[in-house]
Design a binder for this molecule. Structure first.
Ligand SMILES: [Ca+2]
Ligand SMILES: [Ca+2]
Length: 447
């Protein structure tokens, strides 16, 4: 395979993965909750768009009000002796046959698309049950295009000849703008077919399903990003480390420190401000103590980090949804005259996409050399709102751990087609999360 073919095959494989996650939104019926509201009801804005036939007052006369198709969604029912005036149900002029089924087309308020999960038929009309005119076998079809179709068959059902509403669950939540019922048979009459009321209920896929779908998409997206990054890296050759001024959490870029486990204390047990963690994002690199122009000192803990109690500093990336990051810089230069025993040795980076206090996802653990230097840490692109540095150990001091500057970056720009696709999936993911959090609602502006 040449490189292009390889790329195409990989792209298809990855997109199939993403697509399979997207279809997870269509959950198995067990995980679906059905809406309580009949969304095709006239009082909900539902419509009966057309029907194969309706009984007329005379052969060429007007449609009989008692049997018009609109009666199917008027909420009126024949119940025993109670027969609503002018609303007996809907009935056709001939008996249905498989080759020539009777049919009715329904639409929702504003001709909007809905995700439907179940329908209910009340067979009762002013015709008595025993004469066999009530609906028996029928097919549910949907169209997401128009009231003329094209129609997609959903399932066949059978309505039994008893005087009560009967519910039919669709095999899977189904998007529909229009619903067509094809009625293939009644219970024996050769005169007509009819029924009293038709209802449609939304499929409300549980939040858990949405969360599962989002998580699935996130892991597929991470795969896609790694692939894109590898490609971009191969293309650009060895690209150098980012500039500390471009750090997304630099104070001058809107970043901030939100948590620090400890700061070195003076004799009066007061925190030494000059060793505070804000020094980690001030853009200044510490120089040695005897440098007359020395500036920012760096951060120093007040404890030796241990495996049971690592030292930690957490940072916030500006913006409501954070950013995608793929590398970090940790500069271990500080202005500590006591030397390198206090330097950070094992550091772990973590990100949180949701809250200030996690949950945290680890990006990896790095072992830094003793000699103070700038270190470029690279990892697979990750979405992050908060970044946490955990320092697990130093080089021997039993009092402090220190480093001087920290930054995170989106460094490898995805110029490839695949990178662009990943970005658009990323945007969709953000929309999905906003939907889950209730920021996006079903009704758009102006409706
Ligand atoms: Ca009715
Ligand atoms: Ca600094």
């Amino acid at each position: 395979m040449n490189q292009n073919t390889t790329l195409r095959v990989c792209t298809i494989a990855l997109l199939v993965g993403v697509a399979s996650c997207l279809t997870m939104v269509t959950a198995p019926a067990d995980d679906v909750i059905y809406g309580a509201v009949n969304i095709v009801a006239r009082e909900q804005g539902g419509q009966v768009i057309k029907a194969s036939s309706e009984i007329r007052e005379s052969r060429k006369g007007p449609v009989s009000a008692e049997w018009r198709k609109e009666n199917l969604i008027d909420g009126k029912r024949v119940e025993g002796e109670i027969v609503p005036a002018n609303s007996y149900g809907w009935a056709t002029t001939t008996a249905p046959a498989v080759r020539e089924p009777a049919w009715v087309v329904f639409g929702f308020a504003g001709n909007r698309q809905r995700l439907i999960g179940a329908v209910r038929i009340d067979p009762r009309t002013n015709d008595p049950r025993v004469i066999g005119r009530w609906v028996k076998n029928f097919t549910v079809e949907v169209s997401v295009i128009g009231a003329e179709g094209p129609w997609q068959r959903v399932s066949n059902f059978e309505c039994i000849n008893v005087a009560r509403p009967q519910r039919f669950v669709l095999p899977a939540p189904t998007p529909a703008k229009y619903v067509r019922l094809l009625i293939n048979s009644n219970h024996g009459s050769n005169a007509r077919v009819g029924f009293g009321e038709f209802e449609v209920f939304e499929a409300l896929v549980g939040d858990d399903e949405l969360t599962k779908a989002i998580e699935g998409m996130e892991s597929e997206l991470a795969r896609l990003r790694r692939f894109a990054a590898a490609r971009a890296g191969a293309k650009a050759g060895n690209i150098g480390p980012p500039n500390i001024e471009d750090s997304l959490i630099a104070a001058k870029n809107g970043g901030s420190v939100i948590y620090t486990s400890s700061v070195a204390l003076d004799e009066d047990d007061k925190e030494l401000e000059q060793w505070g963690s804000q020094n980690l994002i001030d853009g200044l690199i510490a120089t040695s103590a005897d440098d007359p122009d020395h500036n920012s000192l760096g951060w120093s803990s007040n404890r030796k980090p241990t495996e049971d109690a690592p030292e930690m500093i957490a940072f916030a990336i500006p913006g409501e949804y954070g950013a995608v990051i793929d590398s970090a810089i940790i500069d271990t230069n500080t202005r500590d005259p006591w030397g390198m025993m206090r330097g950070a040795k094992h550091v772990e980076l973590e990100v949180s996409t949701s809250e200030v206090d996690g949950p945290w996802t680890s990006l990896g653990v790095w072992t830094l050399p003793m000699e103070p230097a700038r270190h470029w840490l690279q990892f697979a692109p990750m979405e992050a709102r908060y970044v946490r540095v955990k320092v697990w150990s130093n080089f021997g001091s039993d009092r402090y751990v220190e480093f001087g500057e920290f930054g995170v970056f989106r460094h490898s720009v995805d110029v490839s087609v695949i990178g662009g696709i990943a970005d658009s999936i990323d945007r969709s993911l953000v929309e999905l999360k906003r939907y889950r959090e209730g920021v996006l609602t079903e009704t758009g502006p102006g409706e």
